[in-house]
Design a protein around this ligand. Structure first.
Ligand code: PGA
Length: 256
């Protein structure tokens, strides 16, 4: 399976800078087309930039998928400020990130909310990337596996196929909270242990989890990407800061 290089642009940039970044990503992929043999690309810009970024990728025929950074759990209606899964689909998205630790922290999203959003997004034929990960404190007290296990059990659901979606429409991103935007990276041994644990848990929770991808995220940079990709069970990366520089984003993919 190719590695997925997902760029999470978070709440960064202007319309003009998003356009320039999308153009630079498209150009860099075009110049390094051999990376497409082992890497697939997805970028998740802020909602208001989706249309512009899509126009750039369509125009430049760039092989880059689009994703939202969150979606509402309802389909439509009086939910001021929210964006539904159907709207993301309509805007050209194939994916949506759910339960990012920043959503859990700043919007107090719970596993239950994430589960409902996931069901809603899968029904609209979006692939979902569910983020899980422990805080610094939880890793220090040794509860990281309990925490991630509970997040998976709470946000996933059995009988996914009965919601019209195969399990491989669900991706998991293991993102230790203490590694996000901090420059601290989990060690290959810790990443391997957690990815193995997640794989086991998915088998317990879902009927058919074999094709599911498990990504790593948290301070991935060009200089640590190769070591992380070398860890067995890492099917891709969710990249924040480094995805805002086309050169770094593509260098990470080149390490896949
Ligand atoms: P980072 O963010 O690469 O800037 O650490 C990763 C993420 O939050 O998805």
């Amino acid at each position: 399976m190719k590695k997925l290089i997902a760029g999470n642009w978070k709440m960064n940039g202007t319309l003009a800078s998003a356009r320039t970044l999308a153009q630079s990503v498209a150009e860099a992929i075009d110049k390094n087309r051999n990376i497409l043999e082992h890497a697939e690309f997805l970028v998740c810009p802020p909602f208001v930039h989706l249309h512009t970024v899509k126009q750039v990728f369509d125009h430049m025929r760039a092989p880059v998928s689009l994703g939202g950074q969150d979606c509402a759990l309802q389909d439509d209606g009086a939910y001021t400020g929210d964006v539904s899964a159907a709207m993301l689909r309509d805007a050209g998205c194939s994916h949506v990130i759910l339960g990012h630790s920043e959503r859990r922290k700043w919007h107090t999203e719970t596993d239950d909310i994430i589960q409902k959003k996931g069901i809603s997004a899968l029904k609209k034929q979006l692939k979902i990337i569910i983020c899980v990960g422990e805080t610094d404190e939880q890793r220090s007290d040794g509860s990281q596996f309990d925490v991630v296990g509970a997040q998976l059990a709470g946000s996933l659901f059995s009988g996914v196929s009965s919601n019209g979606a195969a399990a491989d429409n669900i991706l998991i991103a293991y993102e230790p909270v203490w590694a996000i935007g901090t420059g601290k990276v989990a060690t290959p041994a810790d990443i391997g242990a957690m990815h193995g644990f997640i794989r086991g848990k998915l088998k317990e929770i879902l009927e058919d989890s074999a094709g599911m991808r498990i990504l790593y995220g948290g301070s991935v940079k060009p200089d640590n990407a190769a070591d992380i990709f070398a860890v067995s069970g890492v099917d891709g990366m969710l990249v924040g800061g480094a995805s805002l520089k086309a050169q770094d984003y593509i260098a990470i993919a080149a390490a896949a």
